[in-house]
Design a protein around this ligand. Structure first.
Ligand SMILES: [Zn+2]
Length: 498
């Protein structure tokens, strides 16, 4: 979140400019800050179609350990209303989100749960605590006709009744039944296991924003809950988008698809847009680690992405896609044939591909399941030899490697964890890869051939159509001094976008 919201509120006329921020769509964008100047500072965004219609407010991140709701609202922010207005608050409990905890950090016990601090049924007509007071003031300012509050539960409600995961908790009002039915249908048709389908529950808890917005402001309000347990973030974000989009369509607010993850045009042209794959075949915390390393760059916008997003064409919104460590064959299986074709097409049309460890196996030329986007084949992988071991090895950047990835000393130590050992595949249809670094030492456990790894390429670059491919066998993201390699790789991959 490197954006500087205040720069967009400078009085342009005063500075001698004629306002030029009204995009082609005719939708007017405004934004502001809650808890300005405090650690809890948080941006809200208004998209105003300029046409009569309902006002919808969408809130995420009330509980800091429920990231999918917050991230989904950060994406819904980019949906353009065809009528009425959409106001979003993606990071309601900003310090809680940063800390990854449910409650408001450093808050007195009785006020720590933000979603119990709004005016209660039969209670006073005010919110408790500065943060809830400012959120409530925002709601009163816009007087939404509809309000969605996006949360996550720990477990699937149908499996564990103690959790509200995978449910919609509505209030009442005109159009509510139809909206809930449509939202449930939209999300449930993507879920095979009947026990994991979303269900309708009864009435939001006392003190919640949804309940207060209904009882005090007359809004038709509801809480949407995804389930954290064993589900990648990209999937939960997508489920929130599907439900929210069904409701927006019910309100005739937007005709656009639910697959928009970043802004359509304008505001983010100077940002590198990075899709980080986090679904089937991705190692635990592998996506998160790469996201943290890349997210430290200025001017980048990172989104988690999964197979359904990729298959429905979402990659076209990005400059590059990142496939982290885990299992290349499982990533390929999760993508399915259609998803793999989409990744390949994305690169051919000018997108970038960054594969780390498993993501490099996925890029290879030689498996029936692999993407075949780089002219490299993996060697000594049979009979479990791919399990060469995990530990530190020495790696040397080539001259080209130092140009692209940073001027590192001749030999650096890097963590290795069963990454691919590459040799040229010699496919005439693919451009030869260019080595950017070589392994200078090796691991050779589990029967792996001794000497097979030394002096093989550790980092490879290639070209496919208009796009670039960069494969990293080891894990520079695991060592702080090598984080620059990952960031420079991303910049190089996005360098020749339109
Ligand atoms: Zn919650």
């Amino acid at each position: 979140m490197n954006r500087k919201p205040w720069t967009r509120f400078l009085p342009l006329a005063f500075l001698g400019f004629v306002s030029s921020v009204v995009p082609v769509s005719g939708v007017d964008h405004r934004e502001g800050l809650l808890r300005k100047g405090t650690p809890q500072e948080s941006s809200w965004y208004l998209s105003d179609s300029g046409k009569p219609g309902p006002i919808l407010m969408v809130v995420g991140g009330m509980h800091g350990n429920e990231p999918a709701g917050s991230r989904a609202v950060g994406q819904i922010r980019h949906w353009l209303p065809e009528r009425g207005k959409i106001v979003v608050l993606p990071r309601a409990n900003a310090t809680g989100l940063d800390a990854g905890i449910r409650f408001i950090p450093n808050s007195p016990g009785e006020l720590r749960d933000l979603n119990r601090n709004f005016p209660k049924t039969d209670g006073e007509n005010g919110a408790r605590g500065e943060l809830a007071r400012e959120i409530w003031a925002l709601a009163k300012r816009f007087e939404p006709d509809w309000l969605l509050d996006l949360h996550e539960g720990s477990d699937f409600h149908q499996i564990n009744k103690k959790s509200v995961g995978s449910s919609i908790i509505p209030t009442k009002g005109e159009g509510m039944d139809e909206a809930v039915t449509k939202a449930l249908r939209a999300v449930n048709e993507t879920i095979e296991d009947p026990k994991k389908k979303f269900v309708r529950l009864r009435y939001p808890v006392n003190g919640s924003l949804a309940r207060a917005a209904h009882e005090r402001l007359g809004a038709v309000a509801m809480i949407l809950e995804t389930t954290i347990k064993d589900q990648p973030l990209s999937k939960r974000i997508r489920q929130h988008r599907l439900m929210a989009h069904a409701i927006l369509r019910q309100l005739d607010l937007t005709g656009e698809g639910s697959n928009r993850l970043v802004s359509a045009q304008g505001e983010a042209d100077d940002q590198v847009r990075i899709a980080v794959y986090d679904a089937g075949g991705t190692g635990r915390s592998a996506a998160r680690r790469l996201e943290l390393v890349l997210g430290a760059m200025k001017d980048c916008m990172i989104r988690r992405i999964g197979p359904p997003d990729i298959r429905s064409g979402a990659l076209s919104q990005f400059d590059l896609v990142v496939f982290p460590g885990g299992s290349g064959s499982k990533q390929a299986a999760a993508l399915e044939k259609a998803g793999r074709a989409k990744v390949r097409q994305f690169i051919e049309r000018g997108g970038g591909y960054l594969g780390v460890c498993a993501g490099s196996y996925l890029a290879a030329r030689n498996y029936d399941w692999s993407l075949k986007i780089i002219d490299g084949r993996t060697v000594d992988t049979q009979k479990g030899h791919w399990r060469r071991g995990e530990g530190m090895v020495e790696m040397e950047l080539t001259e080209k490697g130092r140009l692209i990835l940073g001027d590192y000393p001749k030999v650096v130590k890097v963590r290795y964890a069963n990454g691919p050992i590459f040799a040229p595949a010699g496919d005439d249809a693919l451009a030869d890869f260019v080595p950017l670094a070589y392994f200078r030492t090796e691991l050779a456990k589990n029967g792996a051939r001794v000497g097979a790894m030394v002096d093989t390429p550790a980092i490879l670059s290639g070209q496919l159509g208009k796009g670039r491919v960069l494969c990293i066998s080891p894990h520079p993201e695991s060592s702080e001094p090598l984080h620059g390699i990952v960031r420079r790789a991303a910049l190089w991959l996005s360098a020749h976008r339109d």
